[in-house]
Design a protein around this ligand. Structure first.
Ligand code: GLT
Ligand code: MN
Ligand code: MN
Length: 391
């Protein structure tokens, strides 16, 4: 790979309209915007300028909630023209089921049947809109699906309502022939006290209870797993193992903090490195979507710096991953610490009664095995040297 770290379409770097279009207002606090609004078409041009491949949107990022049909048509026309001009595509769309007051107690899981029905209606219309622009992934982030006090709702009702809504929308997807894959995004809390299905692992288990599990996967977000104190790459690996990594939200986030949504790789280099290495090693072909915001100190030039930085850092880690995989000393050490099966081979693989009997009878030298130093310190320091650029 040429190490110029320039984004290219094959890297599949995408941004949401809500990311580069963020006004810089603190999302869930009393606050004020620090950047003036830009139209969707202007944001597409900004993304074209920095070299992104695609742009994603919520229904209301594109068409404001109270737009008239004529206004909606004009916005779509301008947006389509900007896509054509820049060559950007729309791989993913989603529904805003969290900003309007009506969602104060959730959307699909609200206690109010009218809110639940309205939410399904809004999701169907959002799917229509996404399909108009060729989106093939439809994300569901249930930001307000949860509680502050469990006196108000039984989580079993929450799960049942969420399942019924998704089953309904899967059938809608089929009936319209849209061919969407749904990607469920977990977050443990904020804006609700507790959000249902708080981790990617929870989502993966839930998907298996749906009528069309094959249509539904996950959209893990770096920041959200970190808020839950988890290892993001491990969550992504489990999703990949299950064949469910349909989309991914890249950003950065310190543990045990409020939702930060920082530029990818801004804080946690090592976790970001391992994530990029994982995606590249397994050959993930989906969007690398940056669900992040520029610091609220920035003007729109700073937003471009932010967007360029997300992509550049990804490509730097991609190059570092290549170096790691080709580094002779690192690979020799890895081979040494991952010994071949040897005489254990006869115990491995599927169960047989003979194998089980032989394994039960085998005598292990527990102390000798335990005494072997594993050289993980050495390996990790080699990685550190490599990441710091002195290797
Ligand atoms: C919102 C949230 C994100 C979700 C988006 C999709 S909206 O910004 O914080 O994590 O991915 O609904
Ligand atoms: Mn996200
Ligand atoms: Mn987030």
């Amino acid at each position: 790979m040429s190490a110029d770290y320039q984004p290219k379409p094959e890297h599949k770097f995408t941004f949401g309209l809500w990311t580069v279009g963020s006004s810089g207002a603190d999302q869930f606090a009393t606050t004020f915007p620090v950047r003036g609004p830009k139209t969707p078409a202007e944001l597409v041009r900004l993304l074209g300028e920095v070299g992104a491949y695609g742009v994603n949107f919520h229904d209301n990022d594109l068409i404001p909630l109270d737009a008239t049909p004529a206004e909606a048509e004009q916005i779509k026309k301008d947006f389509r023209a900007a896509l054509k001009e820049t060559g950007l595509v729309v791989p993913m769309a989603t529904t805003n089921l969290f900003s309007a007051q009506i969602f104060k107690d959730g959307a699909f899981t609200s206690n109010d049947p009218k809110v639940r029905a309205y939410s399904i209606q809004k999701a169907m219309r959002g799917m229509d809109l996404g399909a108009e622009f060729g989106a093939k992934i439809y994300v569901f982030w249930g930001g307000r699906e949860g509680t502050e006090t469990d006196a108000t709702k039984n989580p079993l009702d929450g799960l049942k309502r969420f399942r019924e809504a998704l089953n309904f929308l899967c059938e809608y997807n089929n009936s319209q022939g849209y061919g969407y894959k749904f990607a469920l995004e977990a977050k443990p809390n904020e804006p609700r006290g507790d959000i249902y299905l708080p981790t990617t692992g929870s989502m993966l288990a839930f998907i298996e209870t749906l009528d069309h599990p094959e249509m539904v996967g996950v959209n893990p977000e770096f920041a959200h797993e970190h808020m839950a104190g988890l290892n993001f790459m491990h969550a992504v690996a489990q999703a990949w193992d299950a064949g469910k990594l349909f989309h991914i939200d890249l950003n950065d986030q310190n543990y045990a903090r409020f939702d930060q949504d920082w530029r990818f790789g801004q804080q946690n280099w090592k976790q970001a490195f391992f994530l990029v290495k994982f995606l590249e090693d397994v050959g993930y072909t989906g969007s690398r979507h940056f669900d992040a915001h520029a610091f609220r100190t920035e003007d729109y030039e700073g937003v471009k710096d932010f967007a360029r930085g997300c992509m550049r850092t990804y490509l730097i880690f991609k190059e570092k991953a290549r170096q790691f995989n080709e580094d002779k000393e690192i690979q020799a050490l890895l081979a040494e610490i991952t010994p071949a099966s040897g005489e254990m081979e006869k115990f491995e693989g599927k169960f047989t009664a003979e194998k089980a009997a032989a394994l039960k009878a085998f005598s292990f030298d527990r102390n000798a095995i335990a005494a072997r130093g594993l050289k993980y310190e050495k390996l990790d320091q080699l990685l550190t040297d490599l990441m710091m650029g002195i290797r």
